[in-house]
Write a protein that binds this ligand. Structure first.
Ligand code: SER
Length: 610
């Protein structure tokens, strides 16, 4: 049987044979993307290009992307949901469309992976308000199925917006203005040995959630963009955005719906069994899957530089680790020393190192990953047992039990989960109020403000983006060339920018930086990009965060200079865009706040005034 690594290789090679350029996967933490905490799909880093920006490596691309969906954290525990997963992706940025994507994907599944035709089912968008039924996809599928001797009426299933429309924000009513989206056509694998669970409805069908059918690939025909008045206009180009879940493809090849029995998890589950002294059987499965998934997710977040904290990325990491600790503690009857996690993590790292483009390198990363996990587990481990006993004693949890969080370090979601398991009443709203009154914890991070990770893509955020390039350069002019961006987040209201510097800035330094930026704005400098060889971009001093994830060619944004004078530009940065065309559009930038965020890093908040 094919290994997961072989599935990836086959997929990449298949699309390369069809003239796709392989691009590297992006990091899971996209520092330069204002719209999301984590890369949650293969298309996430490609949004500017789907909207019409030119991609440095061409308009037909393929890759495998590490993804993390924090929103799915509560779904983990069944046989197919995970927070961390891999997405196989191929894209047409205004090149081919349905006529090629649909037959290619079918060929890949049936000829390259040899999945049995009988088990495959297809879904197509049936149309809805404003957007017609996807007749083109229907005709292409009918043609393919008839040639295969299959009955299209049995194999094709029509669904509406909820199932067969894709955008980062979900259905059209949830999409912010400017967000791209489109109808999708998905392929499902039917696990014929699994019985339908009637509690999900009388009749089973591909989008029934009982687990008999599993989606293995999603072809999104991204051709629409939401407008101010809520309707849709056609994008300037018709795109294909394909995403296929590696774990689910491996499960289909295994003909077993439990992804935790594939080669991606088998060894990890074994290590959890050894560590807990329990078997991967009924009542233990849920906890073991959570531990396997959460530790894997944690390893990838740590690899990308996240450390446990009470905010944003760090808070999600803390939740993953502490939830794994609670689950392991309960599973093993409290007999597992925190250090036991090392064996499980080592097994994850060992498996992941052999997966193409995982970015995991055992000898280079193991120590750091272990240290971060060990520190967090030891800190929490000291109070874990007492905290669990305390929860056991309480009749209900209504707010004043805030001390559970403070003293025992239980993330609020874990208290909620334990309270529900033990049938205790919990008033989560009062709890949150207490939290906000006391401390630093951002409710946004914990309560899921980042639903789908999406904020907006409007003009103000584009201006904020150009302002960050000016700020970046102005900081380097003022504080020295060793200063560089370590993170950023932009909303329509303000921009936030993190950088390495030993101490808080003085008022004089802040004024100077502001003056430089505003001078560049009144100079009304042109903002433009060129696609150049990455080597040359580095040579001319382009600044950027993710040098490792760049391909041979890179998109470089310049502010100032022009044409053959571009190397004299004021700012030269690796960047996907988009940006305003002239700095004068910004009118004025004000620095409104600064704070130290630890580890030799400072954070600045600024506002663009127009
Ligand atoms: N964007 C789609 C998804 O995430 C297809 O890549 O499913």
């Amino acid at each position: 049987m094919l290994s997961s690594a072989e599935i990836i290789k086959k997929y990449i090679n298949f699309f390369k044979k069809h003239e796709h350029v392989e691009i590297k996967g992006y990091p899971i933490v996209l520092q330069n993307d204002p719209t999301t905490l984590f890369t949650n799909s293969g298309m996430q880093p490609l949004v500017p290009y789907l909207l019409g920006e030119q991609h440095p490596e061409g308009n037909i691309l393929v890759n495998v992307q590490n993804c993390f969906r924090s929103l799915d954290i509560n779904e983990v525990g069944d046989n197919r949901h995970t927070t961390f997963f891999r997405m196989l992706g191929n894209w047409s940025l205004g090149a081919y469309f349905k006529e090629k994507q649909i037959p290619w994907f079918w060929e890949f599944l049936t000829k390259e992976l040899n999945l049995p035709l009988d088990n495959l089912h297809i879904t197509v968008f049936k149309g809805g308000e404003d957007i017609p039924r996807d007749e083109e996809a229907l005709i292409i599928w009918e043609d393919i199925l008839i040639k295969e001797g299959l009955d299209p009426k049995e194999k094709i299933h029509l669904y509406g917006f909820k199932e067969n429309w894709w955008s980062r924000a979900g259905t059209p009513d949830n999409m912010p203005v400017d967000e791209p989206g489109g109808p999708s056509s998905e392929i499902f694998y039917e696990f014929t040995d699994v019985d339908h669970d009637m509690s999900y409805g009388e009749k089973c069908h591909p989008n029934c959630n009982c687990g008999k059918f599993v989606e293995i690939g999603n072809c999104v025909f991204m051709q629409y963009q939401k407008q101010n008045n809520g309707s849709f206009k056609k994008l300037s180009q018709k795109n294909v955005d394909f995403g296929g879940g590696l774990e689910r493809l491996a499960a289909a090849l295994n003909n077993n719906p439990d992804i935790f029995t594939t080669d991606l998890y088998e060894g990890v589950i074994k290590a959890i069994e050894d560590n807990s002294g329990k078997k991967y059987e009924k009542e233990n499965m849920n906890s073991m899957r959570i531990i396997a998934d959460h530790l894997k997710g944690a390893i990838f977040l740590i690899k990308d530089g996240v450390i446990p904290s009470n905010k944003e990325h760090g808070y999600i990491l803390r939740r993953l680790l502490r939830r794994s600790a609670v689950k392991m503690h309960l599973l093993s009857g409290g007999s597992t020393p925190m250090g036991g996690f090392e064996n499980i993590c080592d097994e994850i790292i060992r498996i992941e190192e052999n997966i193409p483009n995982s970015g995991i390198n055992r000898s280079e990363q193991k120590n750091n990953i272990f240290n971060v996990i060990k520190n967090e587990m030891e800190r929490f481990g000291k109070s874990l047992d007492n905290g669990l006993k305390e929860i056991e004693k309480l009749k209900n949890i209504k707010g004043k039990e805030f001390y559970l969080f403070q003293t025992f370090g239980f993330p609020i979601e874990i208290i909620e989960e334990l309270a529900k398991q033990k049938n205790k009443e919990i008033d989560i709203e009062i709890f949150y109020k207490e939290l906000e009154a006391h401390r630093d914890l951002s409710r946004a991070a914990s309560a899921g403000k980042f639903k789908g990770g999406l904020m907006d893509n409007q003009e103000m955020t584009i201006m904020g983006h150009t302002a960050t390039h000016l700020l970046h350069q102005a900081l380097r002019d003022t504080l020295g060339k060793h200063v560089h961006q370590t993170g950023s987040n932009i909303t329509a209201e303000r921009l936030r920018f993190d950088f390495n510097y030993k101490s808080a800035l003085t008022d004089i330094q802040i004024k100077k930086i502001e003056n430089i930026i505003n001078q560049k704005i009144s100079d009304n400098l042109p903002v433009y990009f060129e696609i150049i060889e990455t080597k040359i971009a580095k040579k001319i001093g382009a600044i950027g965060l993710f040098q490792d994830s760049y391909g041979d060619k890179s998109k470089i944004y310049f502010i100032g200079g022009s044409g053959d004078k571009s190397s004299n530009a004021y700012s030269i940065e690796f960047c996907g865009g988009p940006h305003v065309d002239f700095t004068g559009k910004l009118k004025r930038v004000n620095i409104i706040k600064q704070e130290s965020i630890g580890q030799g890093q400072q954070r600045i908040y600024a506002k663009v005034n127009i």
